[in-house]
Design a protein around this ligand. Structure first.
Ligand SMILES: [Zn+2]
Length: 180
């Protein structure tokens, strides 16, 4: 078991080896990147995508899904970003939706009520959420972003991480959203 004292010890190493040797970071991600992924400990985007510190904002929830709560979180982060617009890197904003094989979402399939509440839909609309197929669910969630986000400067993509091989496959390449 990992305890808190262990984490504090690792933090001391981080301060000495990384924090003090790197330049200061801004609140805006240096990569103009946001990633939505699953809470599963095997699929931490910082590790499997090699994110550098400060490079991307990462939202993690069950399944890495674009739910109304995810959209509300993104809306709030957008306001924070606007408040610090002068620190924003050049280029379009990139949102990557990262789902994965063997997701715990499969274990939730029998729990219609919980899932309906999570997605804020009626139980009979759950089939359209593709909870048992990550290749389908990234497409579903990219479509939600394309319905909800209006920007001339925003790309959304969908990828699936295979927990048995460690490989990421891009299912939906970076795609523009409708302009406001
Ligand atoms: Zn998962």
């Amino acid at each position: 078991m990992t305890d808190v004292a262990e984490l504090v010890s690792r933090n001391a190493d981080f301060v000495a080896e990384e924090f003090l040797t790197a330049p200061g970071l801004t609140i805006n991600p240096t990569g103009n990147m946001m990633i939505v992924g699953c809470v599963d400990p095997r699929v931490d985007p910082s590790h499997v995508l090699g994110l550098r510190r400060g490079e991307a904002a990462v939202i993690r929830n069950v399944g890495g899904r674009i739910t109304p709560a995810t959209l509300r979180t993104m809306q709030m982060l957008g306001k924070v970003g606007q408040a610090h617009a002068d620190g924003r890197a050049e280029g379009p904003w990139n949102l990557v939706i990262l789902h994965h094989t063997d997701c715990g979402m499969l274990d939730l399939a029998p729990f219609d009520g919980l899932l309906a509440e999570y997605f804020e839909v009626s139980p009979d609309a759950l089939a359209a959420k593709s909870v048992s197929d990550p290749y389908g669910s990234v497409r579903v969630d990219v479509d939600i972003i394309r319905q909800e986000v209006r920007s001339s400067d925003f790309l959304v993509s969908g990828a699936v991480y295979d927990v048995s091989t460690g490989t990421v496959e891009v299912v939906v390449p970076p795609t523009a959203v409708p302009v406001a």
